[in-house]
Design a protein around this ligand. Sequence first.
Ligand code: MG
Length: 375
Amino acid sequence: MRDSALAPCAAHPERSRGRRYREAPPRGRSEYQRDRDRIIHSTAFRRLEYKTQVFVNHEGDLFRTRLTHSLEVAQIARSVARSLRLDEDLTEAIALAHDLGHTPFGHAGQDALHACMRRHGGFEHNLQSLRVVDLLEQRYAAFDGLNLTFETREGILKHCSRQNARALGDVAERFLKRRRPSLEAQIANLADEIAYNNHDIDDGLRSGLLSLEQISSAKIFARHQSLVLRQYPRLAGRRLIHETVRRMIDTLVTDLIRTSAANIRKQAPASTEEVRLAPPLIAFSPRIREESLELKRFLHHNLYRHYRVTRMSAKARRVVENLFEAFMADTRLLPPEFQGRAENHVARVIADYIAGMTDRYAMLEHRRLFAIDET
Ligand code: MG
């Protein structure tokens, strides 16, 4: 969107708080477009293809990966940003980068790594995403990381403890002052929720871990399914699921746009600074919020705690724990480039190495370290 067409409360790229290392302004694209492009060209972004959310990579080719999830988040976030005349490129950059710091094996991997790191400052995927773009990507001659703008970095840091916020400085200042991030960051955050609630239903049904009958206990699903069946009474199987899910996404996105537009109108923030001081303006209506929470609870009980998911998570946890313990016991097992860095903050360097692994690389590395017939 042309800058002049942006709302006053949007993050205008020419008013960015800038990059950590000074660079010449980009030609033919905005600062936030440059951020988005750098993220897409990063190694961590390519790795998202082989990292998972709920299902482990080898379980099937049709399940979401972190990459397809991030693309769905970006697509939803851009639609919302465009409708509200906010900066699409910043929203997209944040959406594409939001999961860069995830470990292999989804939440099981993150929980295991956090437990391993308990006495070494813990592990948190949001902080790790920031670490990836600030430090771990090594592509540019003049600096470590991607040298993104303040606004993209701040948007990536969705949660942060006060203790970590004090260590991080300005990018985490809002957690100490209890301020809001840009509307663009708020959108990326809720687009994440819309994307995973809906694709986890789809993946849950596809895997056979959830049944249509079961999921009809969630009000929002039942309501949209009956809308589809009223129009196509004989529809069944995958088309019924997709027609239902796409209507749900539409309802959620439309509600988010409508409610947020009303909030923005009422609060009328004249700048991003006023956005920071206002309550969160990007929001669902109370009814849709409640239905969305109910769906989340449904997925927690029935999918994320399904015994087959739990079994896979237990294996994933063991892989991460074994790797961490083996490297901690003997850093000479680390690849040379990590050995050099491991002289200081050994545990953190090991966590960086493990967090950067894809699902299949973690399994391969585990075999290499523990199977005597593997080299
Ligand atoms: Mg996500």
